[in-house]
Design a protein around this ligand. Structure first.
Ligand code: IMP
Ligand code: MG
Length: 172
């Protein structure tokens, strides 16, 4: 495995994202929705640097694959989040990575259909070469080439989410 980003580089990137969000949202009330499971490590670091009033919710997205790069079946569960929680709200959708973009595009559409006032996406990593959507992520921590990465919430077959750094598993 090759380390791509150290803990220090990760924390610097989180701080930059938080600064941009604090500047853009100021005193506005925001509904932060983390996409479990991968987002929770980034979410926990980011949350504590947000200065505007926030509500926090989690939804779950599963795209079935190991290190397989083909996007598998997408299974989204709103985990009890109801229309009443979403209607009229400014939503920040937080995920670990924007790969093909299908997860965040699908989720954004669902939240807008439930009456969200607007939905912006915040991702720790982006693989610009893999994007298959019209939609772009609104806030990005770090951009990476098309490599399979683990750590800082990202898994290979459910493992290695706990690594405090980000590493590439493939040959590069
Ligand atoms: P998307 O819908 O293709 O953007 O995929 C998003 C999801 O795919 C992420 O939330 C991750 O769970 C998974 N994913 C994409 N690339 C990687 C990677 O390099 N390592 C681990 N998981 C990944
Ligand atoms: Mg994930």
């Amino acid at each position: 495995m090759e380390t791509l980003f150290t803990e220090k580089e990760i924390q610097d990137a989180v701080a930059r994202v938080a600064e941009a969000l604090n500047a853009d949202y100021r005193d506005e009330h925001v509904l932060v929705i983390g996409v479990a499971t991968g987002a929770i490590v980034f979410l926990s670091d980011l949350m504590r640097q947000l200065q505007m009033p926030v509500h926090l919710e989690l939804v779950r997205a599963k795209s079935y694959r190991g290190s397989d790069t083909r996007p598998g079946e997408l299974d989204i569960d709103l985990w009890g989040l109801e229309e009443g929680d979403i209607r009229g709200r400014r939503v920040l959708l937080v995920d670990d990575i924007f790969d093909t973009g299908r997860t965040l595009e699908t989720l954004s559409q669902r939240l807008l259909a439930h009456g969200a006032r607007d939905v912006k996406t915040v991702v720790f990593l982006e693989k610009p070469d893999r994007r298959e959507t019209e939609m772009l992520p609104d806030y990005v921590g770090l951009r990476i080439p098309d490599r399979f990465v683990v750590g800082y919430g990202l898994d290979f077959d459910g493992r290695m989410r706990n690594l405090p750094y980000i590493a590439a598993m493939d040959e590069g």
